[in-house]
Design a protein. Structure first.
Length: 79
């Protein structure tokens, strides 16, 4: 995990969960090679599919936020 580059996004509602989210981000920041925020769950997942990122994490997404990216990952054969 130390060499992994992780994509993420930031919450824009449900701020009552902010401390929990910040603890997860802190863990990812200290245990990975870095975090990147592109601004779109679909593009983040497309980058996972093509190998630019090793993983994507974002809290409280809706299914439509991820549908296209998940399909790309499945089609690319990434597990």
């Amino acid at each position: 995990m130390g060499e992994s580059l992780i994509a993420t996004g930031f919450p824009y509602y449900h701020f009552d969960q902010m401390q929990k989210y910040l603890r997860i981000l802190e863990s990812l920041m200290t245990q990975t090679h870095g975090l990147r925020r592109m601004g779109s769950a679909a593009i983040d997942l497309a980058y996972v599919a093509c190998g630019r990122f090793e993983a994507f994490y974002e809290y409280n997404l809706n299914s439509w936020d991820m549908a296209a990216g998940v399909l790309l990952i499945q089609e690319a054969g990434v597990s």
